[in-house]
Design a binder for this molecule. Structure first.
Ligand code: SAM
Length: 162
C-alpha cells in the first residue's frame, strides 16, 4: 500500500466516522470538542454537519485556513495537557462528541501520545457521548464501537461512553 493509499483511507475514514458520530449523537445536548485544528479541514466539516453545536477547538498554535478558523472564544489555546483539565473544570463530563487528530508522521510517537492523553480525554465525555480518533486510544471505561461501512479498519477509531 502506498503512502497515498494510506492517506486517502485516513481521510475517507475520518469523514465517515465524523458523519456517523454526528448521527449517533444528534439531538442530544452538550458541546463538541475538536482536538488538533491543523489546517482546519475536519473542523470545517464538523461545522457543516453539526451547525447547531457549540464546537470548541484545542490547539497549541492556530495556523488554519481563514475559512476554517474558530472564533477566539471557542479556542482553548495551548498544550492539551493543560487545556483539557481546564475544559474539565469548565464543562464537567458534558461533551457529546470529541474528535482527536493530534498526531504527526511518527506512528510510535503518536501511539505513545495517545496512551498518555487518553486519561485526560476520558472524563470529559457524557454518557452516550462518542469519541472519534485517528489513533487507537487507551481508555478504562469508554467502549470501542464498530466503524461505519465507509471507514477502513485501523485508520480511524470510535469509542462511546455507556
Ligand atoms: N484535523 C486537522 C485538519 O483536518 O486540518 C489536522 C490536525 S493536525 C494532524 C494535528 C494538530 O494537532 C496540529 O495543528 C498540532 O499543532 C496539534 N497538536 C499536536 N499536539 C498538540 C498538543 N500537545 N497540544 C495542542 N495541540 C497539539
Amino acid at each position: 500500500m502506498s503512502r497515498l493509499d494510506l492517506f486517502i483511507d485516513r481521510m475517507v475514514s475520518q469523514r465517515a466516522c465524523l458523519d456517523h458520530a454526528a448521527e449517533i449523537t444528534a439531538g442530544q445536548p452538550g458541546p463538541v470538542f475538536e482536538l488538533g485544528l491543523g489546517n482546519g479541514r475536519t473542523f470545517h466539516h464538523m461545522r457543516e454537519i453539526m451547525p447547531e453545536r457549540d464546537i470548541y477547538v484545542f490547539e497549541r498554535a492556530i495556523a488554519s485556513n481563514p475559512d476554517s478558523t474558530p472564533a477566539e472564544d471557542r479556542v482553548f489555546l495551548g498544550d492539551v495537557y493543560e487545556t483539557l483539565p481546564e475544559a474539565l473544570k469548565r464543562f464537567g463530563a458534558t461533551a457529546r462528541l470529541i474528535h482527536a487528530d493530534l498526531g504527526g508522521h511518527n506512528l510510535a510517537k503518536n501511539d505513545a501520545f495517545a496512551r498518555a492523553i487518553s486519561p485526560y480525554i476520558e472524563p470529559l465525555l457524557d454518557r452516550g457521548g462518542v469519541m472519534v480518533s485517528s489513533d487507537r486510544m487507551y481508555f478504562d471505561y469508554l467502549q470501542e464501537i464498530p466503524l461505519p461501512q465507509a471507514a477502513v479498519e485501523g485508520r480511524c477509531f470510535l469509542y462511546q461512553r455507556g
